[in-house]
Design a protein around this ligand. Sequence first.
Ligand code: SF4
Length: 287
Amino acid sequence: MPESEIERILSDAQRFLKQEKQFYGNSMIRESIWDVRDSAHSEPAVTSAKAAAPKVIPKEVVKESSKEKTQIMAAKKKEVVPSGPISITESVVKGPKEKWQADVSLSDLDRHICNCTKCRLGVTRTKFVFGVGNPKADLLVIGEAPGADEDKQGEPFVGRAGQLLNKILEAVNFKREEVYIANILKCRPPENRRPHPDEVEQCEPYLWKQIELIKPKFILCLGLTAAQTLLKTQESLTNLRASVHNYHGVPTYVTYHPAALLRNPDWKRPTWEDVQKLRNAYDTSKQ
Ligand code: SF4
């Protein structure tokens, strides 16, 4: 392997560890969502530090294209063996335990958080936008926050951007109802402004809990805000799109937000290329 490739992998691994450290301090998760998925889909969500045997990287991951495989393997190898809980939300949410943290279904979670007013957006929203789709989806699509249409209807990606998202998914043979769609924030920021850091801090744990319950095999982040927030990075969209990221063991892809494509149709082609990469990896994982 060329020296430059080794340096790049080490650099990616260092960045990954730094993000994990920022995220969890010294109490990191041991088991990835990917690793627990097969057994956990028929069981309640992972909410305790139940012992589990060390896992190996699934065969399907190894069949990824060599570049993607190297990225995923590098992150996996560098995963710190922690002593803390394996639940994302238990390890991150500070303060007294809240009822929703123990939920074992998306419907319970929705019921427990739908009246949330932890941040200012709880006062200005019309409807709380929890998320929609297959609760056992292999693919989780994550956007930034509800817009005006979503705020009115209580469902993510239902306006023009939502219709375009459906087309993007269909272009690579995913049906909307087959995937799960959620946002970083559950309530609309006024005038569609970007989420404020304190709003993200309050709301993102709900998304972590959704991820924990859905246990997706793949994640697709739509737009810079969703990607930077989820992956805890300041990288540019160009750089983020160029790599497959490891979000707690889940291969995570990044592409343009459909609303951005409505403003700039020239980005449709690269978006299709991004989702095609995801589709190829998804198909390979099924072989
Ligand atoms: S944006 Fe999130 S944290 Fe803020 S009120 Fe809505 S659900 Fe609660």
